[in-house]
Design a protein around this ligand. Structure first.
Ligand code: SAM
Length: 382
């Protein structure tokens, strides 16, 4: 056993893991089981001690963010169970509140058994996502406790329902290069759950930020996540629906959209045409900076994405694009470079993950990079 860890510090590490739904097996709770803890009076005790259990109950289980935006029931059960097992293995007495909380979790899990498939069916029918858990990520560096809560629908299996590493990286890159984003008109393609948008809007105050994605479910979820994170996106402002096929919608542009500072739009790369963008040029021509994270994960989609980017580059005005990407497949990345060349785009890597200041916790399994994309003729001017 090493030196005793300050109890406040230990609990905040455990809370951070719990909010981010880190599996208990790799969590600080598990890693610190053999450690000793010291309270403010200098008293030292182990995890089995009633003082630890009681503080865990007050500070972790009853954390206001956890109460408002709970993780998955199973994660909650795993955390409480791990602590209870540790106490029992050491033949100490369990804190009564912990037992009641555990029983309550078991009951809630039982009563929600079978719900996922019912929820999935309901969602399919009306295209609305049913969020069943939240992950709250802590960003380091800018403010003392900078939390981002993302609602997840685990029953809905879609790439738009995961927060991808490239999304965090893009946000971190923007914070490293504030001058390129602050006060700018930004359009994000494929915003997913909205982490990049939430960080940039909270910290860099763009003049306008248009977050976009495609299906109805993803768009609604994106909008709700931005509201949860105090991003002033206002009421649903997707505009008038102009098409609705196979759950994909295009929401037209309202006159007021041009004046709004943060908005959510549906921009389906498979549906958008040069003509549609020209029709809505009042909103899209002023865009100075296009951002996207993890959108080059498949050759067909990469081609579609670049074609749409090309439409934006053809609108009046100058603009640059930053794409953060996890490089999973060399052939898709080659395809990306070839297609970009064909479309007269200049591509360069402006940062790899090692060159970006880390503020979120994620463990990339493959390389990540930020690409700058500009129109080839624009390089002569710069
Ligand atoms: C891998 S996810 C990345 C999401 C988010 N940028 C992030 O980093 O967490 C790819 C995103 O592209 C969106 N997408 C895929 N095909 C699309 C299309 N045809 N039009 C618009 N968005 C699309 C998905 O819905 C999803 O949100």
């Amino acid at each position: 056993m090493g030196e005793a860890i300050g109890i406040e510090d230990a609990l905040s590490r455990i809370l951070r893991d719990y909010r981010e739904m880190i599996p208990v097996g790799t969590s600080s709770l598990k890693n610190m089981m053999d450690d000793a803890f010291r309270d403010e009076k200098g008293e030292v005790f182990g995890m089995e001690d009633i003082r630890f259990q009681s503080l865990f109950y007050d500070k972790v289980i009853n954390d206001p963010t956890i109460q408002k935006y709970p993780p998955l029931l199973r994660t909650s059960k795993d955390y409480v169970q791990a602590l209870m097992r540790c106490v029992e293995d050491r033949h100490e007495e369990l804190h009564e509140e912990l037992i009641y909380h555990y029983l309550d979790l078991l009951n809630r899990m039982k009563s929600s058994a079978g719900l996922p498939s019912q929820m999935a069916a309901a969602m399919k029918e009306d295209g609305i996502s049913a969020v069943d858990c939240y992950k709250t990520y802590q960003m380091e560096g800018e403010a003392k406790e900078d939390l981002y809560t993302i609602g997840y629908a685990t029953t809905f299996n879609s790439v738009g329902m995961t927060t991808w590493e490239a999304g965090f990286l893009l946000a971190e890159y923007a914070l490293d290069h504030k001058e390129q984003f602050r006060g700018k008109r930004i359009l994000e393609l494929g915003s997913g759950l909205g982490i990049t948008c939430a960080v940039i809007c909270r910290h860099l105050h763009p003049l306008q930020y248009i977050a976009s994605d495609y299906t109805h479910t993803i768009i609604r979820n994106l909008h709700r996540n931005l509201i949860i994170n105090d991003v002033d996106v206002g009421e649903e402002n997707f505009g008038e629906e102009e098409w609705a096929e196979e759950g994909k919608y295009f929401f037209g542009v309202d006159e007021d959209d041009v004046k709004r500072s943060i908005l959510v739009k549906s921009l389906d790369w498979g549906q958008i045409s040069r003509k549609t963008l020209e029709q809505h040029s009042a909103l899209y021509s002023p865009v100075e900076c296009i951002v996207a994270a993890d959108v080059l994960y498949d050759p067909d989609l990469t081609e579609l994405f670049l074609t749409v980017l090309g439409f934006f580059f053809e609108l009046p005005g100058e603009r640059v694009a930053y794409v953060a990407q996890t490089m999973r497949n060399p052939s898709t990345m080659r395809h990306f470079e070839e297609k970009a060349k064909e479309l007269s785009m200049h591509v360069e890597v402006v940062a790899t993950e090692a060159q970006v200041g880390r503020r979120f916790r994620y463990q990339p399994t493959t390389d990540l990079a930020i690409f700058l994309i500009i129109r080839r003729d624009a390089t002569r001017e710069t």
